[in-house]
Design a binder for this molecule. Structure first.
Ligand code: NI
Length: 426
């Protein structure tokens, strides 16, 4: 028994770009099994009328920390150092593991409601975000945050990360990577140890690199190399690597990232809000780097809305390069979908037969989508996420007519209020 979305306007892949047309999409199990033509023996248990809907592949948030959403709007207008070490870390020290579970569910509510179906998470408390994803129906790549200077002293966290991966092996919406936090919080021996474990276990790595000018300056002072060189020399790039930020990267750094097939996640709102600038996206693309898009955590963004990120991504580079041609609406959407899928190594990110059925429906009656003269331009420049009406993830409806079916939103709001009161945040 399957689901058919009948007669909808759908954004399908067309070479490197997209083609929009009217289609019926057939879903069975967790996959897209037909476009316009039902496979033999297909029986629809549910038919969704797509007449006034735009169907797009679910957006992929390639870098976030979902456990941080209770810290939304508590550390603003501060320098990066004061933000991280002066405000966020002292709050993190007081978090209970279960706080992460509720905060992750809150982040996931916001993501589903704004069309994101998959996220790449660097987390703090094992078994909390995973449990939340298991229940919410979202798809996620979970990366245990790792920090340390000497490998032996911090082996416990790595062992726990592997145990968590094994504990959730039966959930095909969850995959796992190792998350060494950043060059400034991980010593070279520790990074080398993480790279070796990742290689042995066949896992990828998710790390922050070159987020601020101070990071680059300190790296030069202490190690006479760039953050990219430091991470490469520790062997991290010998395994599939997703690098968040990469703001301060030279031409030679960009060549290193391209040569090693490192995927870069740009996080425009978070990077600008912390006064760190933004990644040189057109230059990274020109060097041959796979660039994808993320929000970063709600403590620095302060939202989990990929539509806002798409708008910012497209506009800041046009504005700073004095040319509207340096990044197109098609490229913007690709960075939020297919490029993220490639970085994560998942069969998602486009509406094609055989891909996982992660689909988002937008309401064509929304003023921001009227008139829909060009669907991809509307997604990059006009939409804000409030147009999302229905969401399917892994072939299951998780939001129908704006009602979340898998998360008790009222309960989450109450738990977040309780946590914020305990932490003295509100
Ligand atoms: Ni981050």
């Amino acid at each position: 028994m399957g689901i058919v979305i009948k007669n909808a306007l759908a954004v399908l892949p067309d070479g490197a770009g997209h083609a929009t047309g009217r289609h019926s999409i057939y879903v069975e199990g967790n996959a897209i099994v037909g476009i316009d033509e039902a496979p033999q023996g297909f029986v629809a248990a549910e038919t969704i009328d797509g007449t006034r809907r735009l169907v797009i592949p679910g957006l992929i948030n390639a870098h976030t920390h979902t456990y941080m959403s209770m810290m939304r709007n508590v550390a603003d207008d501060l320098s990066f150092t004061d933000w991280l070490f002066g405000t966020i870390e002292p709050i993190e020290d007081r978090l209970e593991p279960e706080d992460s579970y509720w905060a992750s569910l809150l982040s996931q509510m916001e993501m589903i409601r704004s069309g994101t179906t998959c996220f790449n998470d660097q987390q703090m408390h094992i078994h909390q975000t995973t449990r939340a994803v298991h229940e919410s129906g979202m798809r996620a790549v979970i990366c245990r945050g790792l920090v340390g200077s000497e490998y032996d002293l911090n082996e416990r966290r790595i062992r726990e990360a592997l145990e968590e991966r094994d504990a959730f092996a039966d959930c095909d919406r969850l995959t796992f990577r190792l998350g060494p936090h950043a060059p400034y919080s991980c010593g070279p021996d520790y990074l080398r140890g993480v790279a070796e474990v990742a290689k042995r276990e066949g896992m990828g790595v998710h790390i922050h690199i070159a987020e601020s000018q101070a990071e680059t300056d300190n790296m030069w002072r202490d190690h006479h190399c760039t953050p990219v060189e430091y991470v490469r020399d520790a062997g991290i790039f010998d395994v599939p690597t997703i690098a968040a930020h990469c703001i301060r990267v030279s031409a030679s750094d960009r060549a290193i990232l391209a040569e090693h097939g490192v995927s870069v996640v740009t996080n425009p709102a978070s990077n600008m809000k912390l006064g760190n600038g933004f990644a040189p996206v057109p230059e990274l693309v020109a060097a041959g780097v796979n660039v994808c898009l993320g929000t970063d955590g709600a403590a620095s963004n302060n939202a989990q809305n990929m539509f806002r990120e798409m708008g910012l991504l497209a506009l800041i580079h046009k504005g700073t390069h004095d040319t509207p041609q340096c990044i197109s609406a098609d490229e913007t959407l690709r960075m939020a979908t297919r490029n993220g899928a490639a970085a994560l190594g998942l069969d998602i990110g486009s509406i094609e037969v055989g891909k996982k059925a992660d689909l988002v429906l937008l309401d064509l009656d929304a003023p921001s989508l009227t008139p829909l003269n060009h669907a991809v331009a509307a997604l990059a420049y006009s939409a804000n996420g409030s147009e999302v009406s229905d969401v399917l993830i892994d072939g299951k409806v998780v939001m129908r007519n704006r009602e979340l079916l898998t998360i008790d939103e009222e309960r989450v709001r109450a738990e977040i209020a309780r946590i914020c009161a305990r932490l003295g945040l509100s």
